[in-house]
Design a protein around this ligand. Structure first.
Ligand code: ZN
Ligand code: ZN
Length: 398
């Protein structure tokens, strides 16, 4: 029996629109209750409750994180994964609009399930905590959560609609120097100056900067610079990010960075401690999946822009997913051009009337793309061969 994909897509749109007010409610509830990474208890409860109500089987505490979940419907292959984020930022709440990411994923998952009662295959809605610095997807990727997906889909709100935009790989470092205090005027010779060490780190990075390949970013702040001007600082610390657009070069840079830090300790006589955080890998979206999503977005009456070549980009833990399975991470415009993420204005945009309207449209375009993956075997084969071409290896098996 052949299924008419257009009929199913129509059904998906009907299902999403039927629950539009519920989706708005979820988005607004998360927005009004912002929770930081790994502490998104209310959001995880809200989303998993909704999924369970609609027949998904929910596994909580995935990959050792309380607020991570995988909600599954159906069984066997093919398998499509729709990723939800729901963490907020300190002080400014949902200024990255993750309340919408969570809402879109749940809307898409439930509509798919309702529109495809005879589904042969599996729908997974994957709840990923702590995108903003905690690397929830890095931890889930290492635990194999994304392995075996024919496609991983998520979408992010911003001030423009883009189908695809790269990201840099990044490794975060915390650096601490331990010196010896002394009176800065009467006996400076008996001290060991930890501030000199941390300043040396920044100077050495700047000296190396000339030799950086394009798209390399190394930047940071001194988080503790000493306590009093008349005391030789005994303790200093810095928080530094090393970014590059290729994994091998990032590792090379990380090695140079460690050398810089150790050299600063040696030169000043300080003890040093380097704490390396989780690496967010470079994002390589699957061009065939991007194209498929673009067709669905256009069919729904939306336009998109192509990001300017050479424009700066950040980093995201979706990069680690994109290195394992065919992945997309498009952006949907929710506000006027120029309203940057992580601002108060973007937090307002994330709960605006426009955002509420897009709670439905965003869910539909994701679900349509997921339906294409589930129903079109030739597409799944193309996704695999495109992944092969882009990354030089097979997608990770389940
Ligand atoms: Zn953000
Ligand atoms: Zn974000």
């Amino acid at each position: 029996m052949s299924v008419d994909i257009n009929e199913i897509k129509e059904q998906i749109a009907t299902e999403v629109r039927r629950m539009h007010s519920r989706l708005i409610d979820m988005s607004q509830t998360m927005h009004a209750n912002p929770e930081l990474g790994f502490a998104e208890h209310k959001a995880a409860e809200l989303l998993t409750g909704e999924l369970e109500e609609h027949g998904f089987e929910v596994e909580r505490g995935v990959a050792g994180m309380d607020t991570a979940f995988v909600a599954t419907y159906g069984e066997g292959e093919p398998v499509v994964g729709i990723i939800a984020e729901y963490d907020a930022l300190p002080k400014i709440g949902h200024a990255c609009g993750h309340n919408l990411i969570g809402t879109w994923a749940i809307g898409a998952g439930i509509a798919l399930r309702r529109a495809m009662p005879d589904l042969k295959g599996t729908i997974k809605v994957i709840g990923s905590p702590a995108e903003e610095g905690g690397g929830g997807k890095v931890i889930q990727a290492d635990a194999g959560v994304f392995n075996g997906l024919d496609a991983a889909l998520m979408m992010h709100p911003r001030d423009r609609t883009y189908l695809d935009r790269g990201s840099l790989a990044v490794t975060p470092f915390e650096v601490e120097f331990f010196g010896k205090p002394a009176h800065a005027s009467s006996s400076p010779e008996s001290g060991v100056n930890a501030l000199d060490a941390v300043i040396q780190v920044f100077n050495s990075i700047n000296a190396l900067r000339q030799a950086f390949k394009p798209n390399t970013r190394v930047h940071g702040v001194i988080t503790h610079g000493g306590d009093a001007a008349n005391v030789i600082p005994e303790y200093t610390s810095a928080s530094i990010l090393v970014r590059a657009d290729d994994q091998a070069y990032l590792e090379d840079l990380n090695g140079k960075f460690r050398n810089i830090v150790n050299a600063a300790a040696l030169a000043t006589g300080c003890e040093v401690k380097i704490t390396e955080g989780l690496t967010y890998q470079q994002r390589v979206c699957n061009t065939k999946l991007v194209e498929t999503f673009g067709e669905n977005l256009t069919a729904l009456g939306f336009d998109y822009e192509v990001p300017p070549a050479g424009a700066g980009v950040g980093s995201s833990d979706i990069g680690n997913v994109s290195q394992l399975v065919p992945t997309i991470h498009p952006y949907l415009q929710i506000c006027e051009n120029g309203v940057g993420g992580h601002t108060q204005a973007f937090a307002e945009a994330s709960k605006s009337e426009r955002a509420d309207q897009l709670a439905a449209d965003g869910s539909i375009m994701l679900a349509w793309t997921a339906a294409d993956v589930l129903l079109r075997q030739e597409l799944r084969e193309e996704l695999r061969s495109t992944f092969q071409q882009q990354l030089g290896r097979e997608p990770a098996k389940g």
